[in-house]
Design a protein around this ligand. Structure first.
Ligand SMILES: [Zn+2]
Length: 420
């Protein structure tokens, strides 16, 4: 388990002059404010007239609307999606790691200061990326990492598609389990080895060769073993589940979140609402893939499964919003170019959320899902000074978040487009 380190570049306080602060919890802009930052965290939220310390460094965002840095509750920053080949077998671990450097930087520059990274085929490459970002060697968001996928053999998180007599290296099949006892052992190895949370592949996956998206692949007993063992280490479990049966097992097993939920009916959605289970939804990746997949030479089988889960996914999302499920902003980033990571906010609005709800899904609600509400997702005292500044009103049009003018992480400017 790791914590983001304190901001080490400067011991001087920082005064961030904000033109108009969007208070997501209150649901409205509260006007100009000055955020006083020390050691990467917000020490005070002051009125513009209040004096800042004499030695304070200043970041001037006075012409802009400022909101908390965005959070993606379902990213994949490591490597690239290999839809044409078999995942994990066409790039080396070194290539995966180097590709992730760019992915992390563009994700941060797109305004995402925190991500929950939900699995990589080569175990622990995500944790290495997180640790290198935290050491200050690389630009990227704060990361919570799953380390690998807990998956059934030939399940949605296994490497599928090679000939039956090919033996894969252990790090490509780190999370493959066949019993609840194995789940517990693997969960321990992941969490002690550096993962922050556990990702279970509860049902088949759209992008896995031959996989059946709705098919339950882990038993409820196995999910429960993961949740119980992870709880011993203070960690949560996210369960990938497209179908009702997979999601219901996850809800009953007390998973923290159901991922995708693209085939859920109204009854399962109401179970989510009653249990308070978070639903981490990604919709833009499907939209993008249906538009570009053919040109990108995605297999016909993948395109068919995408088409089958898109309309049902939107229907489930609408129902979840209507019933007050705690929906968070997921992306499955990497399916599409990482710089487009904010595009799904507009998809959420087109599919039934208000702009404020969409922003909440990527800030306050997401932070709660991560168990990080005390450090990210809002710009209150004690939180990290992670923010995006935009020219325009995101409550009128969330698309202004697709091109943030300034991104600040831990009180340090990560991107300033105003420089030209
Ligand atoms: Zn995913």
């Amino acid at each position: 388990m790791t914590m983001p380190p304190p901001f080490a570049d400067s011991t001087r306080p920082i005064a961030i002059r904000v033109g108009n602060l969007l208070d997501v919890e209150a649901g409205r802009p509260v006007g100009p404010r000055t955020l006083l930052v020390r050691d990467a965290r917000i020490e005070a939220v002051a009125s513009p007239g209040d004096g800042a310390p004499d030695d304070a460094l200043e970041i001037d965002l006075s012409g802009l609307t400022v909101l908390p840095g965005l959070i993606d509750t379902h990213s994949h920053l490591v490597g690239e999606v290999q839809t044409a080949g078999v995942p994990g077998t066409t790039t080396s671990g070194a290539q995966d790691a180097f590709l992730s450097v760019r992915n992390a930087r563009v994700t941060l520059e797109a305004g995402f200061t925190t991500v929950r990274d939900l699995g990589t085929f080569r175990a622990f490459v995500d944790c290495a990326l997180r640790d290198t970002i935290n050491s200050g060697e690389l630009e990227g968001p704060r990361m919570l990492c799953a380390g690998a996928f807990i998956t059934a053999p030939w399940g949605g998180g296994d490497v599928v598609g090679l000939a039956h007599d090919i033996t894969l290296p252990a790090d490509l099949r780190f999370g493959v389990v066949t019993t609840p006892a194995e789940v517990r052992e693997r969960v321990r190895r992941l969490l002690i080895g550096g993962a922050d949370l556990i990702k279970c592949i509860g049902t088949g996956a759209v992008l896995t060769r031959g996989g059946v998206p709705g098919a339950p692949e882990l038993s409820e007993e196995e999910m429960r073993a993961a949740v119980d063992e992870a709880a011993n280490y203070g960690a949560f479990v996210a369960v990938h589940a497209h179908s009702d049966e997979g999601a219901r097992r996850a809800i009953r097993a007390r998973a923290r979140s159901v991922e995708h939920g693209s085939m859920l009916n109204a009854e399962t959605v109401s179970m989510l609402a009653d249990a308070g289970t978070f639903l981490s939804v990604d919709l833009f990746d499907g939209e993008w893939a249906l538009e570009h997949g053919e040109a990108e030479r995605w297999p016909a089988e993948t395109m068919r499964k995408l088409a089958e889960t898109m309309d049902t996914g939107i229907a489930a999302f609408r129902e979840a919003v209507r019933r007050g499920v705690r929906v968070t902003y997921g992306t499955d980033s990497g399916v599409y170019p990482h710089e487009l990571v904010a595009k799904g906010l507009d998809t959420f609005v087109r599919c039934g959320m208000t702009p404020l709800q969409a922003i909440g899904a990527a800030t306050t609600v997401a932070a709660e899902c991560l168990g990080w509400a005390d450090r990210v997702g809002s710009l209150g005292v004690g939180r990290f000074a992670d923010l995006v500044a935009v020219d325009g009103d995101p409550l009128a049009d969330v698309r202004v978040l697709e091109t943030p003018a300034v991104v600040v992480k831990g009180g340090r400017v990560a991107l300033d487009r105003r420089d030209g």
